[in-house]
Design a protein around this ligand. Sequence first.
Ligand code: NAI
Length: 471
Amino acid sequence: MVVGELLEETDLVVIGGGPGGYVAAFRAADLGVPTTLVDANPVLGGVCLREGCIPSKALLHVAHLIENAHAAAEWGVTFGKPKIDVDKVRDWKQSVVDKLCGGISTLAKKRNIRVIQGVARFEDGRTIRVDGPQGARLKFKHAIIATGSRPKRLPESLIPADCCVDSSGALELATVPKTLLVIGGGYIGLELGQVYAALGSRITVVEALDRLLTGCDDDLARPLVARLTKQFEAVHVSAKLEAARRVGKEIEVAFTKGPERHVLKFEQVLVSVGRQPLTDNLGLEHTQVVVNDRGFIEVDATRRTADKRIFAIGDVAGNPMLAHKASREGIVAAEVIAGHKAEFDARAIPAVVYTSPEVAWCGLTESEARAAGRAIKVGKFPWGASGRAIAMGRPEGLTKVIADAQTNRVLGVGIVGEHAGDLIAEAVLAIEMGALAEDIALTIHPHPATSETLMEAAESVLGTAIHALRK
Ligand code: NAI
């Protein structure tokens, strides 16, 4: 038989096995929908598990440990200079990835989900062809596109591809370069910059805009920037990359910063200038699916595309390109396909940058609220007044609550500090529940804990913070 000749039927085909796609497939299967999951990679889990969120967190864990061991000298405990066995660090990272990816495969099997390895392409609005080791042609009742995104590349004329790596390349941890240039001071650049700095690289950051981490409020980025300024060799903002070329074993990079022109050499260059949705080569031209001018697939609140049988979720379906947003959308699409009433109606999607300190925010940022001309009250609580933060030796944090000026309804929360990524969940719940600043302020928080800073920031909105002076 010629591979793919036989047309098989499936109720649902999900294209992409990342945190959008596999979650959609699992939810659909749990609701009794016979489901097929297609992924080009033999290992399920997507970029997030294989070469993104998870391996970077494993490496950041190692980086934080090195950093804490160093900081302990101030608390009376001195460790020797760390000996770093890069092969072992890489093995540790891979063991974390393998464990989680293996878990996803086991869960898929237990749910009787048919998993096909191959590249899927629409032949029309009802048929998919899968090219790969297990080729197939599938007639589906519904399809979910969850193909994710890939790193944006800079033009060859600016930096040739063989002169740089992207986040996937950097996470391979092939070597620890003596010098690393990070182009792009966003989530990926700063997280990976800290990893390589802890492992011994000298880091330089070149960012086009006038500050790092432009997605969050400036006061939240500031404590992180202060730390990075000490850890990194140089941070250049408002810098314009001009050219890069290989010179011997190094990469020579030229960039301008106002009137200054810098020409510097690096052992490695990481390009982390954003990601772009992956919709090419899907055969969407054979369907009614609409792709907008930014490359995202247009969807409604149920994540249905303009082609009624086809849904799209995750990075292909719009910003923010975050795994947890993709998973939620996957659940919505699966439920709608199974005949349930569901919509993607999140009031707040948390964003977390897992640097040290972590930066996390949700809902409206203060700058967004001010730009929109909303009447707001902002309550801030500096971690320098938090017993737990001081006891951890990390008092540089800040928690802020943005509330409606009339009603005190919580519109947004931002946190910078140790474990901000965990603390933000309470704020997301508060916004989802329509909480007022009073609700958080009157909730008894454990003492001593950094979660108290959210309570005190809410009190600050009301002018009643105990550990901060009234304005
Ligand atoms: P990003 O959008 O966070 O940051 C890219 C930065 O590159 C921006 O500050 C931009 O101004 C700068 N830039 C663009 N072109 C440039 C140029 N030619 N020269 C210098 N700077 C330039 O993108 P990043 O860090 O690549 O991450 C991509 C996405 O992946 C994030 O937006 C996020 O959605 C996701 N992600 C999430 C993580 C998390 O949840 N912790 C971790 C990593 C990535």
